[in-house]
Design a protein around this ligand. Structure first.
Ligand code: ADP
Ligand code: ADP
Length: 228
């Protein structure tokens, strides 16, 4: 579903963020991307989201070489992705319902569909009773669950979460990853960037370690080697 083939990224100021990354994420996989600050994790996600383009190499998403994607096709590609940010990025002028509904309105879903779907998704993340609240009236963990609901609401094929537990307490962090696990169990591909090693250890999933822009280890390779 997502293939990086010898991908390197050098920013215009000369900073080398990624070197020769080759990795493949299958449909339905759950992958943690870990590594120290500056290792290239955000750059990796930005390349998937087409917020940045590689300096060299090829990125194929769902059989499309996105390095050759026309600008006009980018929004269409992003519709298949739900994105969860560390800082939630909710709109405080809107209540919880509308923050989630906004993502559906943006892609032109009819009002009747929105009215059914939004409460359903908020129920999934345990926030149905907070539908009328403003984001500022919620805890960090609750705000992150709203942002998870917003990422999910259009049934994306891929959920991309950038440090989703960076602004929530440890207990809620566990719950956020647990929710991502449940979403993954329904067939959605989930990619989570985190530097929280405890969380990664708790959940026995594929872990890709980035170090100074290179893949230091990938548990998937270990499994493959063990099979031989
Ligand atoms: P991480 O998410 O693991 O902290 P990043 O992908 O943000 O790592 O950064 C990798 C390297 O690229 C770092 O050296 C960082 O300073 C640099 N970098 C990130 N974004 C930019 C940018 N827009 N311009 C120049 N350098 C950048
Ligand atoms: P409009 O067609 O003007 O968007 P709606 O009847 O769809 O009006 O919604 C009016 C307000 O009621 C919205 O701003 C939203 O916050 C809220 N709302 C709509 N449906 C629900 C719902 N199922 N649960 C909670 N709040 C809702």
């Amino acid at each position: 579903m997502i293939d990086f083939i010898n991908v390197s990224k050098t920013y215009p100021n000369g900073t080398h963020a990624l070197y020769g990354i080759t990795l493949s994420i299958d449909k339905g996989e759950f992958v943690f991307i870990v590594g120290a600050s500056g290792a290239g994790k955000s750059t990796f996600l930005k390349l998937i989201m087409h917020e940045e383009i590689p300096t060299s190499g090829k990125i194929v998403i769902n059989d499309t070489d996105v390095t050759k994607l026309k600008r006009s096709k980018v929004p269409y590609m992003r519709r298949h992705m739900g994105i969860v940010f560390q800082d939630f990025r909710l709109i405080d002028k809107m209540n919880v319902f509308d923050n989630v509904a906004f993502a559906m309105r943006a892609v032109g879903k009819p009002s009747a569909v929105i009215k059914k779907r939004v409460p359903y998704v908020l129920e999934l993340v345990g926030l149905k009773d907070k539908m009328k609240n403003r984001p500022s009236e919620l805890s960090g963990g609750e705000q992150q669950r709203v942002s998870l609901a917003r990422a999910l609401v259009n049934n994306p094929e891929i959920i991309i979460a950038d440090e989703p537990t960076g602004n929530v307490d440890p207990e809620m962090s566990h719950e956020i990853i647990e929710l991502l696990n449940e979403i993954n169990a329904t067939g959605t591909t989930v990619i989570v960037v985190t530097h929280e090693h405890d969380l990664v250890r708790e959940f026995d999933r594929r872990v890709v370690v980035l170090d100074h822009g290179k893949i230091k280890s990938d548990t998937k390779d270990l499994f493959v080697k063990d099979d031989y």
